[in-house]
Ligand binder design. Sequence first.
Ligand SMILES: *[C@@H]1O[C@H](CO)[C@@H](O)[C@H](O)[C@H]1NC(C)=O
Ligand SMILES: *[C@@H]1O[C@H](CO)[C@@H](O)[C@H](O)[C@H]1NC(C)=O
Length: 264
Amino acid sequence: MAFPIAVALLVFPAIVGLLSPYATADYVLFTGEVLMAGQNLTNGQYRLAMQANCDLILYEGEIPIWGANTVGRGDDCYLGLKQNGELVVRRGVHYTLWSSSIKSKKGKYALVLDGNGRLGIYGQRRWTSSNQKEVGLLDGSTVTTEYVLFSGDRLMPPRKLKYKNYELEFMRCNLVIKDDQSERILWQTSTDARSCYARLETDGELTVKHKGQLLWGSNRKGSNGPYIAVLRFDGRLDVFGPLRWTHDGHHDSLSSNASFPSKI
Ligand SMILES: *[C@@H]1O[C@H](CO)[C@@H](O)[C@H](O)[C@H]1NC(C)=O
Ligand SMILES: *[C@@H]1O[C@H](CO)[C@@H](O)[C@H](O)[C@H]1NC(C)=O
């Protein structure tokens, strides 16, 4: 039955496998993307697997820690994130086998598997950097590492976000998105001072500060809660939030990477 793949393409215009065929460490699924049978989201020792037997399982190493209980319910099942922020396991066109149940306004959402093994749906998208969408590199040599900034976290040198050939980093105090293959600067805040840092505030505003003083802000605020800024495959930085759903029902203390100091 090869037919559900074609159907999935109609239902969800972009699929993960199409956008990033060589990625081994993708851990974000955006609205409109699907995880096909056999594909995974991976973050450190955690893996969300859409299995060939239709089961959706979250693993810590080899140990299953959560699942959608959809085993054996179909061939070529897939996971998709809908425009209303609902995560679904489906087969065929519209046959939903499992749903995260929480629906919201139409918009762009993001599912994240964080470094602590928690699945969270964030949205709607609050802000996006003003640079044009890039086509991206279809080259296997570039590494995907940390590419999500969580609210409350600070980004300061030498820490940077990197997704394949795109980097979000400070050049002195200027926060830039750079294509590290061509060295082209795609977007920048043009801020200037000594010792700056970026922070994603708990109201979803992205800021650049020097000693607590605001130098630049994205100026898009929402209600308080966990937010994320994601460096995308198209060279843009997007802010999503607040957090709408988690696989274990807890909405507190999400963090990408506990080893990074969040305070200075
Ligand atoms: C998903 O993960 C499993 C287990 O690590 C691996 O065998 C499989 O190749 C992965 N699928 C893809 C498409 O990378
Ligand atoms: C945190 O991120 C750094 C840099 O990307 C990486 O070297 C380290 O292994 C990560 N730690 C965890 C616990 O994921």
